[in-house]
Design a protein around this ligand. Structure first.
Ligand code: ATP
Ligand code: MG
Length: 425
């Protein structure tokens, strides 16, 4: 019998890898635009790191880690990226060098799950971490970045679910409230949830068991039990999101599976493409105590992880292909000279751009723009040049607008951040 790959661990063949490159480069360029820099940490960490940061009463640590022993030491394949990044932050004393650090990472994560569509044993995450900013304005900006990436990728129907679970004091209070509500109803809970009543009742809110879901439907909201400081943070977050025009849905039942979260929690869901039941595209939150718990200084932090496999399922081929790129088609040498400068301006504005400098016909240039799946094509001829304008074609929406040359970058950024009209996903 021929040997096959491990169940839930998939090959990405050369014909599929282009999709991954596009997604990864969209993520990288946006993260860098917001001032994030890449951190690369090992796949294998001491098991203790995940036990301490994620928490031993969590599904991930309890059931899903690939752990191996060697010379009586225990190592685990990373199930997520936050713990390793936080460990590196502490180990290298980063806070002594800079008050705020913005890091991003990209790579495979490992969890022993039952494989199904959108749920694998080796899957890929791109993540963002901000250390040293207690928020809430920073939380809002991170959420804005997250939403912008999904928009740029052309994923429709994204919904931001938002909650606050407060700090340790709120949690202790709310734990009491939960117990008072759930204990008299413990016979309606699943067996697993009954165990959780003793060690981690908050986790019951995250249970996927139908019995638990029905029972927790009427629990009091954590938002009614925030301490004044946690309340102030929550209100500030909502004001900042409103100021940025970011839409969100307050979801008091959102608790997330990992123990390390404090205050802000958020999750992004979508029904786009072929996602099916695994419709959470990414998740994150604040973890103000983790750095100290890992032996570091008291530095607040917040992070988010995008599930790349699920993003690819959510994206239609066309949107994926058209994500982010600009093409400049100049006609004649004067237009070419101005076109080269336009290309430079677009790139300076963070927009991936190709300028056609071959000097061919408009038709051949448009064909080239289409084959490289550009989203926007700027057409610059003599008459445009005289009037200081350029024709901007949205190749996904099939529209053309004349825009002043000195506004081309802003207008292109607006188009790239918008969902292509008539898009099917
Ligand atoms: P779920 O409730 O779907 O199991 P989770 O709470 O375990 O998700 P996180 O640990 O918050 O997920 O991870 C962040 C994101 O990583 C998820 O929203 C999802 O997009 C992705 N992800 C998590 N586990 C897997 C997996 N096994 N396969 C593919 N993607 C995953
Ligand atoms: Mg999970």
């Amino acid at each position: 019998m021929a040997i096959r790959s491990v169940k839930g661990m998939n090959d990405i063949l050369p014909e599929e890898v282009g999709r991954w490159h596009l997604l990864e480069s969209e993520f990288r360029s946006l993260a860098e635009l917001y001032g994030f820099r890449e951190i690369r940490t090992p796949i294998l960490e001491n098991t203790e790191l995940f036990v301490r940061s994620i928490g031993d009463a969590t599904e991930v640590v309890e059931k899903q880690m690939f752990t191996l022993e060697r010379d009586r030491e225990s190592f685990s394949m990373r199930p997520e990226g936050t713990a390793g990044a936080a460990r590196a932050y502490v180990q290298h004393g980063v806070n002594a060098r800079e008050p705020v650090s913005r890091w991003y990472y990209l790579g495979p994560m490992f969890r022993a799950e039952r494989p199904q569509r959108g749920r694998y044993r080796q899957f890929y995450q791109a993540g963002l971490e901000v250390y040293g900013d207690a928020g809430p304005a920073g939380d809002a900006e991170l959420i804005d970045l997250v939403v912008t990436l999904y928009k740029r990728l052309g994923i429709s129907d994204v919904e931001v679910l938002l909650n606050s679970i407060g700090g340790p004091e709120t949690r202790a209070r709310y734990r009491q409230v939960l117990l008072e509500y759930l204990e008299p109803r413990s016979s309606e809970l699943s067996e697993h949830a009954r165990v959780r009543l003793n060690d981690n009742p908050l986790r019951i809110l995250d249970s996927k068991d139908p019995r638990d879901k029905a029972t927790v439907a009427g629990v009091p909201s954590v938002l009614d039990h925030l301490t004044p400081e946690d309340r102030e943070h929550w209100d500030g977050l909502r004001r900042a999101l409103d100021a940025l025009g970011v839409e969100y849905k307050v979801t008091p039942g959102l608790v997330r599976g990992l123990d390390y979260y404090t205050r802000t929690l958020f999750e992004v869901t979508s029904n786009a493409g072929e996602l099916g039941a695994q419709n959470t595209l990414g998740a994150g939150g604040r973890y103000d105590n983790m750095i100290a718990e890992l032996g570091g200084p008291k530095v607040p932090a917040i992070g988010f992880a995008f599930g790349l496999d699920r993003i690819l399922l959510a994206m239609g081929e066309r949107e994926l292909a058209r994500a982010g790129t600009c093409f400049v088609a100049p006609m004649g040498e004067p237009a070419l000279l101005r076109g080269l400068a336009l290309g430079r301006e677009l790139r300076a504005g963070g927009i991936r751009t190709e300028v056609d400098s071959r000097g061919g016909s408009l038709k051949s240039m448009l064909r080239r723009a289409d084959s490289m799946a550009a989203r926007i094509c700027f057409v610059l001829g003599e008459s445009e040049l005289e009037r200081g304008v350029v024709q901007m074609k949205d190749l996904a929406a099939h529209t053309q607008t004349e825009v002043p040359l000195d506004q081309a970058v802003t207008r292109a950024a607006e188009v790239l951040a918008s969902k292509p009209e008539g898009s099917t996903t």
